[in-house]
Design a protein around this ligand. Structure first.
Ligand SMILES: [Mn+2]
Length: 430
């Protein structure tokens, strides 16, 4: 297989995922999952294709117009069919290489691969025979979109053609599966995280006052893509000075100045999996005493969060414990008074004045991965840990983020190659 930039997960993983999904669906179920659309820009332009995460999770196929159909039979077995956009020698010349049926079988372990022109005739045969139609409806709790996705459009078309079809939503079942990573997925995530950290350290050595945030973005892009990342896993935040306090600053248009902090919230995407890391460093290679004090307070909270993350702890309880610890640090920094904290010592929401976001989100194929907002931590989940302290009046915004996998005895750092300690960062920048 020489068509991919990355080493793919073995096809047995995808067969196993489909077995596990089918085992949770009643006999007579028909699963239909489409690729994401390629979104238009203007004229004949398009955005890059970004595969539907659930389709990728069940097939490993990263190509537009792909469809997965699964039929759960009366004996509990399942018959899987993959529909691919047709390719031939003529299409290859005009549009570039697409997967052949043989390549798709190698990647997905699905033997029955056909071209997409069979879609409607297969539905005509299989929809009326199915008891339930299980569709990919993205119900992420923070989803916010006014664009109809390809899966939503195909659902509307299906219901128009088959008004009696009993439609069910796959979201919760697939979210529960995707929350817990397999060994094969951890291989991809470890590589995404390795690239994320290693590329950052390469760039860190060349930073100096006067450098443009965009120049650092360019160097990082090179450092990641040279290591076989496809791209950044999300729009990179490279924020100097006052913009370290802007949580989603992405214009990266300023030159950093002597005395500034620079906040990097960045990640590489490898093999369809996302890294997500934040480091906050001094433009001139040395923190001021105040910057250092705030940094070390944030790092203390980061290390505390890391130390308590373990199976069985509820996410909401973890966030509360982190707020308690953060409150103590903010009092030491003179940002909160003890009286403010004592008003609600068990859950000091007053910390939100300086730390206004959550400490952790799940990570996987998506940067903000699937799963309920409140959940119990469990083995083989992958989470970020990213406390921050933002003081706009002092042009100090500090966030320290790593990614971890949870084991029976606690969290393992997936980005150990990027420095955390003040002394280590300053040494690398000399
Ligand atoms: Mn994050």
């Amino acid at each position: 297989m020489h068509t991919l930039r990355y080493a793919p997960i073995p096809a047995s993983f995808y067969a196993d995922r489909r077995d596990k999904l089918a085992a949770q669906l009643p006999a007579g179920s028909l699963v239909i999952i489409h690729a994401n659309d390629i979104y238009p820009t203007n004229a004949d332009g398009t955005l890059a294709h970004h595969q539907n995460a659930n389709l990728f999770y069940l097939t490993g196929i990263d190509q537009e117009e792909t469809v997965l159909l699964m039929r759960v039979m009366d004996d509990g077995s399942h018959e899987d069919t993959l529909l691919l956009r047709e390719t031939n020698e003529h299409i290859v010349i005009w549009e570039g290489a697409r997967l052949t049926k043989e390549m798709a079988t190698q990647l997905s372990a699905i033997d029955d691969v056909r071209w997409t022109d069979e879609y409607n005739s297969l539905l005509a045969e299989w929809v009326p025979a199915a008891k339930e139609i299980w569709l990919e409806q993205d119900n992420h709790p923070r989803r916010n979109t006014y664009v109809q996705t390809r899966n939503a459009r195909m659902e509307a078309a299906l219901l128009a053609a088959y008004p009696d079809a009993k439609v069910k939503c796959l979201y919760d079942t697939l979210a529960a599966m995707r929350m817990v990573k397999t060994e094969e997925e951890l291989v991809q995530l470890r590589e995404a995280c390795r690239i994320t950290g290693e590329g950052f350290v390469e760039v860190l050595r060349s930073i100096k006052p006067g450098m443009g945030e965009w120049e650092m973005e360019g160097l990082l892009s090179s450092a990641y893509i040279r290591r076989r990342a496809r791209k950044f896993s999300f729009l990179p935040i490279i924020a100097s000075g006052k913009d370290t306090c802007v949580l989603h600053y992405i214009s990266n248009h300023k030159r950093c100045e002597d005395g500034d902090l620079i906040l990097f919230d960045i990640g590489a995407e490898y093999g369809g999996y996302a890294g997500d890391m934040t480091r906050t460093v001094p433009a001139n290679g040395k923190y001021t005493p105040r910057q250092k004090a705030v940094y070390e307070a944030c790092l203390a909270v980061h290390r505390y969060a890391f130390s308590i993350m373990r199976p069985g702890l509820k996410k909401s309880e973890y966030e509360r414990l982190v707020r308690v610890r953060m409150a103590a640090e903010l009092v030491k920094l003179g940002l909160l008074t003890q009286e403010e904290v004592d008003a609600a010592p068990e859950n000091p929401l007053c910390v939100r004045k300086y730390f206004m976001h959550g400490t952790s989100h799940s990570l996987g194929i998506d940067v903000h991965d699937v799963g309920p907002l409140d959940i119990e931590f469990a083995e083989n989940q992958v989470w970020t840990i990213e406390p921050g302290i933002y003081i706009p009046a002092e042009n100090i915004g500090i966030r320290i983020e790593t990614d971890v996998v949870i084991h029976a005895d606690g969290a393992e750092d997936l980005i150990p190659n990027a420095p955390l300690e003040v002394a280590d960062i300053e040494a690398l920048m000399q």
